[in-house]
Design a protein around this ligand. Sequence first.
Ligand code: PBG
Length: 337
Amino acid sequence: MLPAAPREVPRVLGRSADRPRRLRSLASLRELVAESAVRRSQLVAPLFVADDPDRPGAATLRPLRRRTVDATAREAARLRRSGVRAVLLFGIPERKDAQGSSAWDPHGPVPRAIRALKETDPALTVIADVCLCEYTDHGHCGVLRGARIDNDRTLPLLGRTARAYADAGADLVAPSAMMDHQVATIRESLDGSGHEDVAILAYAAKFASSFYGPFRDAAGSAPSFGDRRSYQLDPRNRREALRELALDAAEGADILMVKPALPYLDVIAAARERFDLPIAAYQVSGEYAMIKAAAARGWLDETAAARETLGAIQRAGASLIVSYFAGELAAERQDRP
Ligand code: PBG
């Protein structure tokens, strides 16, 4: 919700009283009056696990690189040392089919990575993305009936996938397929298999965005025909996004996510106002790539720009932020002015 009329209209007191710059004169003083700060421990690093990380299409942006299970465990350990204590896993399977059946294969890249991560570091929060687009040969997030995505035949497959990840030891599962009732289906599947303690991070308001490009290259998940506008949200619709958030909350989501982040700060702020659940935001691959590309040309200071965007996302109301900058920023000194 956009802020209503200002609560307090400043009364001009004159030149000596109205000096907001007084509190900006020293770095240490600015720290004293800072209203917010992004903590490393609220960042989540996405990681791409592949059966065969050398397959063509592997992205060149470093945090989007495909890794083997072992390399994923090494990267997670590195992240942990720099203060990032949560990862979000995506899988790139060897085999794709019409159903996306590798998604729930217990020997697939994601379950194997979950087990490896939990074995080496039980204190790491492991979140597994639940979607079919990386696993289907047509690249859509659900199964097809003709050229349409069949919502209700997709649901049990998402339930099965979430269960496979919970069986492997995931702390949270994160459904991102934007099928109606996916959260309720996954909650039932988890509860029915003894995973009452596994939480759901719902990609509740996920927009049909043009900022997913680098991800689709990394994950090899671009749709082979059409686009995702029949299931992801129309970027023009804030009220519809709030309805999606409310539905996922009612279906049992533990955390509500808005995605992408920076172009949808109004939605993050509205979600924060309206719901008492933790709000997450996903600073997606295109948001990361824009800053990287501009910095590579010398047009932006990369670290400063990255920090500013994460700060904005947090200020809007996100408690946890998924970001490809997580590793790079955490490795930096935190007390940099
Ligand atoms: C899968 C999924 C996508 C992203 C996260 N999960 C891609 C898509 O919807 O096409 C995008 C993340 C990013 O761009 O960083 N459904």
